[in-house]
Design a protein around this ligand. Sequence first.
Ligand code: BGC
Length: 389
Amino acid sequence: MKISIISVWVGLLPVTALLFSLLLAAPPALEAANPPARPSIQRVEQTDFGKTSDGTAIKLFTLRNAHGMVAKVMTFGAILTELQVPDRNGSAANVVLGFDNLDRYLKGNPAFGITVGRFANRIAKARFTLDGREYLLAANSGSHHIHGGRKGFDKVVWSGEALPPLNHQSAVQFSYTSPDGEEGYPGTLRVKVTYTLTDDNELRIDYTAATDKPTPINLTNHSYFNLAGSGDVLNHELWLNADRYTPADNDLIPTGEIASVKGTPLDFTKPTAIGARIEQLKPRPGGYDHNFVLNHSGRSLALSARVLEPKSGRVMEMSTTEPGVQLFTANFLNGSIVGTGSVAYPQHGGFCLETQHFPDSVNHPNFPSAILRPGQTFNSTTVFKFSTQ
Ligand code: BGC
């Protein structure tokens, strides 16, 4: 397997380390004049991750930070395949569901780690009207459209490049041009997704896009997290900064109402185990699969969720610029899928926090608009920050 180290910092490590120890041994006056350079271990590695059926080579990027976190992202679907996070004893585990080989992703991926687009979640009856014209989309969930259609952004090959290393962070940027009419959507859409791993233990995902015709857009990441690294997530304690949600019908299409979570199993305004009330959501929708209306308004990054896994002590905080989040608890997994590290994924083996504009918002004028027009730039950011307690 071909490995090319992108970051020059790695090559400079021995020199930096020598300089560092010389400076440490130097008298205080010298130290003050020449503060020791902090040796940086940040780097991005690029490896070959196999080929698609038409022979396109897929690249995998491995990002590392100074505290033992490792994130792996690939050009197929701009997918996050792995995320290693230390527990309270410093022992790392993979906290996202995924596979360690491309073939398994190509055979049918239940949305593990994918970048979702052009429109995350559902569009009712696979149609919408924009500026007086009706558009028909690919129907890939019964009569409805979900996650961008049959060949959404998760099934296309993106171009990917490591960004020049900065102090205390490393980043990879993926670009994709979605042609006019793709899956029924209007306009050529140029999209960029940037994954950044910082020394503050944050995995930051920035999305930008521009279009040449008005189009709906709703981008998200569909990682299934499991802060224990295996088993189910029913003991994970979740706090969600959401007093309201968007009720939906049996097909999970919003009714258009915005309702209070009070007195329902959706009230996570106080930290509560994911499994505490999940049985009340069976048989339909089979667990959590709901869009929450986040309490922040406007477009600034706001702390929106906190999850604690009590045994490992791992904590994940999610901040986003988006107005909503879909909490999904892997309701259909049943142990038959075996992923990275030979871990079998049981029902509720992960939880997703899919930051988003509300499902079907193109058909609900009372929901925040998800329309991008020529001349505008689409911006969206979500940060997953890890710590232990
Ligand atoms: C949806 C689920 C769906 C899953 C995988 C989630 O965003 O809300 O209903 O099963 O994605 O596509």
